[in-house]
Design a protein around this ligand. Sequence first.
Ligand code: 13P
Length: 287
Amino acid sequence: MLVSATEMLKKAKAGHYAVGQFNINNLEWTKAILLTAKENRSPVILGVSEGAGKYMGGYDVVVGMVNGLLKDLDIDVPVALHLDHGTFEGCYKCIEAGFSSIMFDGSHYPIDENIAKTTELVKVAHGKGMSIEAEVGSIGGEEDGVVGMGECADPNECKQIADLGVDFLAAGIGNIHGKYPANWKGLSFETLDAVQQKTGELPLVLHGGTGIPADMIKKAITLGVAKINVNTECQLAFAEATRKYVEAGKDLEGKGFDPRKLLAPGFEAIKATVKEKMELFGSVGRA
Ligand code: 13P
């Protein structure tokens, strides 16, 4: 059964580790992430962007697929199904469809409007036993059409949003979706520290987990990050493994074209990436 992400993230913050949010795109992604979580006794959050939800056919398809896998694969670790960077309307659709968690990304609105919309969604989500993430200060780069300038969050605004009762908060600290450019300045730990001082026990979320060096991840966890989002890294691992298979001509040998064979190296590559992240984030053995 899906659970909200509130409990798992409270435990993570208190235990000084982080739970990974891994974004899903299809059956292979979802199955690979769920099996890796089960094998490593780790809680996990499945992230769905609005674009990925549309690609998979809609939110009902996503909920049906995830619930089916939880049952048929006997996934006995805590799993949350979370809308990533949701619009106001998208949040309502996922609440209806049976997600267990939503993110409302109101970071591009003036703060008063972000507050008003977040307030309404907190009430609705909590009424359904769901968790809700909000965002202050935008995450740089582009993800599925959501573009951010990458400005650092204002700690006072973070406090205002935290006080609305959100369950966890994404604060921009110089993080970027996708690959980091060579001239990236790194995470702003001063901002993170200031945000944590203002928001106390609230679990903080680090977006753009792809390509952040291990020492920065560990330091971010010591400063209150309890959820780390990873998307691009699984896509790169899947693409590389698939390319190797095809370039080696394996799809032309015997029945190597069978989708179950063709997609297997990519599936294994996602599993390896997720396991590596769970070990780095410290969530292994916490379920
Ligand atoms: P990356 O694609 O950089 O890993 O970011 C994922 C993310 O933050 C999802 O919201």
